[in-house]
Design a protein around this ligand. Structure first.
Ligand code: UD1
Length: 340
């Protein structure tokens, strides 16, 4: 059995990936510093899987701890999620973002250089900025980042590319996520933002349940059919499955190049208003919302061409938006039940 280290494995994406990897037959070691989450998702993961998984509480910026981790476990592949992700905060605290997001990743790459290794980096569609044309393929040129957060994604991709070029034992894949939403069908794991959510779907569910008074829909004068922004919303379980395919590709020696990049999206855009309307319809609840001015830094529209992932990873998004939004609502109701 192969062992996969999941850094940031107690977070939103990391917890879903841990479940899918374990169910696909991998041993998973979770490492997390719990700086941006509590143990809710870790406990949910154990409940879904019916067993405790190894959990190491540590900060990946601590090179000695990372070294110790790689000595303690024989790690066949690493998936790196442990990073800060609040776009606005990254603008006011750039050094916090550069230090954490770059240093933690370099410490992992140092181990991959030493031991030889397979590294999966969680990148983002943010690297495309506002593309000249949609859908975007992996060859669509990246644009200068709009925020330090976005820049750490661009820089980590480059650090991975250059490390793979320089160190013969290292292989890696960057997955560029579009907008991950929803929760596990068990409603035992999901997105648990601290404080006021920045992202759309947690804001919708928190408004619907009464934690927030009103959802602001940022901008109704964009050059789109209904005037609101368009995104490629990708179900979190579908997204997690893309990681299983990517890990298998690395570990089974099926990579065509030592560094590969894949878009992880549905290929179908949805506007913010369409998403809000679908949420209300599917769940039979009202969301109190109003139009508000555009949010600084938002792009008008972006969606993926997922052909490469479909063909090379053998992966495809399968859950419908209705299923995904029902799962997001079930998760919010679960949080209420457990007093979160
Ligand atoms: C953002 C980040 C992206 C990151 C992703 C994580 C940028 C520019 N964006 O994407 O890098 O990977 O989060 O999920 O770096 N909206 C509202 N009201 C709200 C919240 C959002 O109308 O209260 C709208 C936004 O204006 C946007 C859409 O919903 O048009 C999606 O927003 P959000 O969920 O924050 O994701 P992105 O900004 O696309």
């Amino acid at each position: 059995m192969k062992t996969v280290l999941v850094s940031g494995g107690a977070g939103f994406i990391g917890s879903h990936v841990t479940v899918e990897l374990t169910q696909a037959g991998y041993n998973v070691v979770i490492a997390d510093d719990f700086s941006n989450c509590d143990e809710t998702n870790y406990n949910g993961v154990c409940k879904i899987l019916g067993k405790e998984l190894p959990l190491v509480k540590m900060d990946f910026c601590d090179a000695e701890k990372v070294d110790g981790l790689f000595k303690e476990f024989k790690i066949d592949a690493v998936i790196h999620f442990a990073a800060f992700k609040a776009v606005g905060e990254s603008v006011s605290e750039p050094l916090k973002y550069y230090r954490n997001n770059l240093l933690s990743f370099m410490n992992i790459l140092e181990q991959a250089r030493k031991h030889g290794g397979n590294v999966l980096f969680s990148s983002s569609a943010t690297v495309y900025g506002q593309p000249d044309k949609c859908p975007v393929t992996e060859n669509t040129p990246r644009k200068p980042a709009e925020s330090p957060y976005g820049n750490t994604k661009v820089m980590c991709e480059d650090i991975l590319r250059d490390s793979i070029k320089a160190y013969p034992g290292v292989r890696g894949i960057a997955l560029r996520y579009f907008n991950p939403i929803g929760a596990h069908p068990s409603a035992l794991i999901g997105e648990l933002p601290r404080g006021v959510p920045n992202n759309l779907v947690p804001f919708i569910t928190q408004t619907a349940i009464g934690k927030r008074e009103k959802l602001s829909v940022f901008g109704n004068d964009y050059p789109t059919e209904d005037g609101t922004c368009k995104r490629d919303f990708i179900d979190i379980v579908d997204l997690a499955k893309a990681h299983v395919c990517a890990v298998a590709r690395m570990l089974e020696g099926r990579m065509e190049e030592r560094y590969e990049i894949f878009n992880v999206g549905t290929g179908t855009p949805l506007s913010v208003m369409e998403l809000v309307n679908t949420f209300e319809k599917v769940n039979g609840v009202k969301v109190n919302w109003e139009f508000a001015p555009r949010r600084a830094g938002d792009i008008t529209a972006i969606w993926a061409d997922p052909t490469l992932a479909n063909e090379k990873l053998g992966w495809k998004a399968t859950r419908t938006t209705a299923e995904t939004l029902a799962s997001a609502w079930a998760w919010e109701k679960h949080l209420k039940e457990i007093g979160k």
